[in-house]
Write a protein that binds this ligand. Sequence first.
Ligand code: DAH
Length: 352
Amino acid sequence: MDKNINLETIDEVRAEALRELQDISSLSKLDEWRVSYLGRNGSLTNILRKLGSVPLENRRQIGATANQAKLLLEEKLDHHRNLLANAKTSSESEDDVLDVTLPGWPLSNGNLHPSTKMLREITKAFSSMGFQVQEGPEIEWDRYNFDLLNIPSDHPARDMWDTLWLDYTDKHGNTPMLLRTHTSPMQARIMENAKPPIRVLVPGKCYRYEATDSTHEWQFFQVEGLAIGEGITFAELKGTLYEFVRCIFGDERKIRFRCDFFPFVEPGVDMSISNFVDPETGKRPIDYNQDWIEILGAGMVHPNVLKNIGYDPDVYSGFAFGMGVERIAMLKYGIDDIRLFYSNDLRFLEQF
Ligand code: DAH
């Protein structure tokens, strides 16, 4: 009888194989394991091959045990292979094989946010009229956001802007810093640092302490315009804004000016354009009942503002205007809820 083959050796080989199998975590190691036990020269294969030399009286029992061990190991092999295949991720696996026949992942290109797109269109329209673009800080001093713009701290007009104040107190106990409520503070900053003639456009984010609804957001973009020089009149303001509306909305929209009050301009106006009519349905998706929609505030720069900066109002005059970018986009594209701009819903964003 071959001394090497008895029930014990088979048990040992089987137990050793199962123990090793537990620690195997890659397909290549698993294949090495298969070769060492079940391969052509594997330890279990060798046992089976030598069965013929086992004495007849033991052969049946030893043969049956060896065959059972083989079946068991084959079964465990399959099971383990499935486990590894399921757990396999491309980063973990050493057997990472690139299957070039698989279809690729679709890559989406992304696109500009509608506010950014609108902002660029507006900037382009005014650039063509000689306005330079300048940005300013979103965290602003009370002085620029209000005082220099003819809105002193006791002025009731401050109620027009619900302000988010910053948690910073100066040595007088005041909280003089805020998130700018409009882009108008840049009027003062620009005048302080430049000499007329000035023609500047200021795009930027603004913030207000207010509840949101379909026409109000606590964060939004504005664009401010400022032109200062000698002998600038209201006619130039009108001409500039007419051209702007034509660039953005085309020739069909009508324009209307009405008197309005803003502390930093005199006279002050608001400008409306005729409502958007959806060309497909013939309906107005926004402010259904209104013929006119207000899109911006404007006016001739107030003499007090010029004086605050140190400009002589008898020599210099100018105009200013400010508009909400999302509002313009809503009117241009027929969007009926401003909250869509900041809710990150791809179904909305992908349409632009
Ligand atoms: N800053 C104003 C607002 O946020 C808009 C505005 C009105 C800006 C009149 C101007 C202006 O420059 O002349 O409501």
